[in-house]
Design a protein around this ligand. Structure first.
Ligand code: SF4
Length: 291
C-alpha cells in the first residue's frame, strides 16, 4: 500500500508534547497549588511551575530546558511499513530539534559527542506494535533525565524493606522509591509501576503507565486500591514540590503488571517529573488528530 507521509504531523506532535502540557497534568498541578499552605515554599514552587507552563504554551517554547528522551509507542494497522514510519519520525525529530522544540540530547556513550539532531543509536526510542485496528496511533512522551535517573527496580523479597512477593511488598518497594528520590527528579511527579516481567520488560511496562489519564481508575480493583493508597501515603511523606516539603509529592501512582518467571519478582518504579509531557496522534482515513 502507499503509506501517507506523516512527517509534518509528527513534527506537530513533538511541538505539542514539548510546549503544551496536557490538561490532566495541569489540572493536577493547579489542584496541588490550592492544597499547599498560603505563602509556603511549596506553593511558591508550584506557582513558578504553573507560570512556566502558561508561558511555554503562549510562546510555543519548551516547558523545560531538558526536553528529555523522545519515546514513541506506535500502534499500526496490518500492512504498514515500520521502516517508513521510523524514517518519518526521525525526520520529524531532527526538524523539531532545528526548530528548538527539542534540545539536542543524543550523546554517543563512547565518544561523548552530541549528534546535534537528537538522532543516534536507539534515539529516539520507538516501540512498534501491530494491532487489529484500522487506524494508526502514535503516543509520544518526552522523558526528562533528572526523573529518569531516580527510576529504580526492586527484586522481591527484599529483607531490608520487609517486602515479600505480594502487593504489600509492592507497596513497600514503591514507597521506598518515592522516599529515596526525595527532591530529585523534580517533584511532584507521577510514579509508573510494573509488577513482574523481566528487568527490561518491567521498565517498558512501567513507562507505559504514564500514558494513562491521571484521573482514570485501574480496571483491576486490587490495583486500583493499591494506586489510591500509594498516592495518599506518598503524599503524606512530606517531601513536597521540588523537595521543599508540603502536601504534594506525587500527582498520581499508576500500576501495571506482567507475567513473570517463578524465580523472579521484580517491582519497577519509573518516575515522571511534573513536566509530564505526552501527546497522542491518531491517523484515521486520512484525518489526523493530536490529543
Ligand atoms: S526532571 Fe523533568 S522538570 Fe526536572 S529538569 Fe528534567 S525534564 Fe525538567
Amino acid at each position: 500500500m502507499t503509506q501517507p507521509d506523516l512527517t509534518g504531523h509528527f513534527l506537530e506532535l513533538v511541538r505539542r508534547a514539548s510546549t503544551d502540557l496536557r490538561p490532566d497534568v495541569e489540572g493536577a498541578l493547579r489542584a496541588a497549588r490550592e492544597r499547599e499552605a498560603e505563602g509556603s515554599a511549596a506553593q511558591g514552587a508550584l506557582d513558578a511551575i504553573i507560570k512556566n507552563v502558561e508561558l511555554a504554551r503562549e510562546k510555543s517554547t519548551p516547558i523545560c530546558q531538558d526536553t528529555g528522551t523522545p519515546i514513541f509507542y506506535v500502534y499500526y494497522p496490518e500492512g504498514w511499513s515500520t521502516r517508513q514510519l521510523r524514517k518519518q519520525i526521525e525526520d520529524a525529530v531532527a526538524q523539531a530539534t532545528a526548530n528548538a522544540y527539542l534540545r539536542p540530547n543524543a550523546v554517543d556513550s563512547i565518544t561523548g559527542k552530541n549528534s546535534g539532531n537528537n538522532l543516534g543509536e536507539e534515539f529516539p526510542s520507538v516501540h512498534f506494535h501491530e494491532w487489529g485496528e484500522p487506524y494508526l496511533q502514535v503516543d509520544l512522551m518526552l522523558k526528562g533525565g533528572g526523573c529518569e535517573n531516580v527510576g529504580v527496580q526492586y527484586k522481591l523479597p527484599d529483607t531490608k524493606l520487609g517486602a515479600g512477593r505480594n502487593l504489600e511488598g509492592v507497596r513497600r518497594a514503591v514507597l521506598d522509591a518515592v522516599y529515596q528520590a526525595q527532591g530529585k527528579g523534580c517533584a511532584p511527579g507521577v510514579i509508573g509501576v510494573a509488577i513482574g516481567g523481566d528487568r527490561g520488560a518491567g521498565y517498558i511496562r512501567s513507562k507505559e503507565q504514564f500514558f494513562r489519564d491521571l484521573n482514570d481508575a485501574n480496571e483491576n480493583p486490587e490495583l486500583a486500591a493499591l494506586e489510591e493508597r500509594l498516592d495518599q501515603e506518598a503524599n503524606s511523606l512530606g517531601i513536597g514540590p521540588m523537595g521543599f516539603g508540603g502536601e504534594t509529592t506525587v500527582l498520581g501512582v499508576k500500576v501495571g503488571s506482567l507475567h513473570r518467571l517463578p524465580a523472579s519478582y521484580f517491582v519497577t518504579a519509573s518516575y515522571m517529573c511534573w513536566a509530564d509531557r505526552r501527546r497522542t496522534l491518531t491517523w484515521r482515513d486520512g484525518e489526523v488528530e493530536i490529543s
